[in-house]
Ligand binder design. Sequence first.
Ligand SMILES: O=C(O)CCC(=O)C(=O)O
Ligand SMILES: [Fe+2]
Length: 329
Amino acid sequence: MESPAATNPSSRFDVENVPTNYTFPEKDRPGELPPVCHTLPVIDLGKALDAETVNLIFKASQEFGFFQVINHGVSEKILGDTTDVLKEFFASPEKEGSNSCGKSNWVYDGSVNFDVNGVHLWRENLKHPCNPLEECMQQWPHHPTRYRDVVSTYLTEVGKLGKRILDLICQGLGLEKGYFDGFSGVELLSANSYPPCPDPSLTLGILRHYDPSLITILYQGDVPGLQIMKDGTWITVGAMSNAFVVNIGNQLEIISNGILKSVEHRVVNSSEARLSIAAFINPSPSYIVEPAQALVTELNPARFKPKSYKEFVYSSGALGTHTKTLQRE
Ligand SMILES: O=C(O)CCC(=O)C(=O)O
Ligand SMILES: [Fe+2]
């Protein structure tokens, strides 16, 4: 007879001890988790967005590559509905297989697919493209039935927030007004479900990586797990249920000619279930990403060669084996 884990993918996480094929070698495992970092800037977008806000965002993007925003304009109701609908998605058997009918653009990966040198990650993941929204959403999951309505509302609001943040970054870099206007939509959604883990010192939710985006806007609710690399050590980002975590991706590092940093990060597990929703704001596939002319000077010559975004995604392998489904042509 088949084990429950073979028939229900989520039940493989329903164990008292971490199985050996989820246990990372000593050199890679997180061990004792560092305390939450209190110096990562939390920026209030509810007040007048003046030179001080521009400066705070600019400094945080240079120093950490990350910051958090509060009073961001995305309502608690939208955050709550989106969290609920994604939890329902991950709890439902429909997540398995229903994207194999050919009319879908979404990819679900149970941890069985995340085989890193023989060790699995402690997470499940859903990804789908989001731009153009009206067109893409016709092919998103249709279980739960309100998935498309709820998630499209969320992405519209997060897209507006992204535009405001890019405007502030544009000012900080001293680029001409509207420099980022061409890419203010969310291109890709990646939702992660990290089941409760019996021993988070042994496992990883996501391996260390850089985001291939311009910026990423992450909602992580109130369970911490995101760690960023700072001066050679991992620091844990505090979890605030009313905040978004924003980080600079590889494309903005290139456009800023290295002035802003795309910083390495990873996810550790928790004894509590954790859900995170990453919205990637990316250039369009044919956009040639290169340092902005205004930021190339004799003292700071171009540090990166021009490359189309599509070429970057394919050559970096950032979207793995699912690139064709997830990346617009
Ligand atoms: O789950 C998280 O906190 C981070 C997710 C992440 O880094 C990603 O999706 O690129
Ligand atoms: Fe990431």
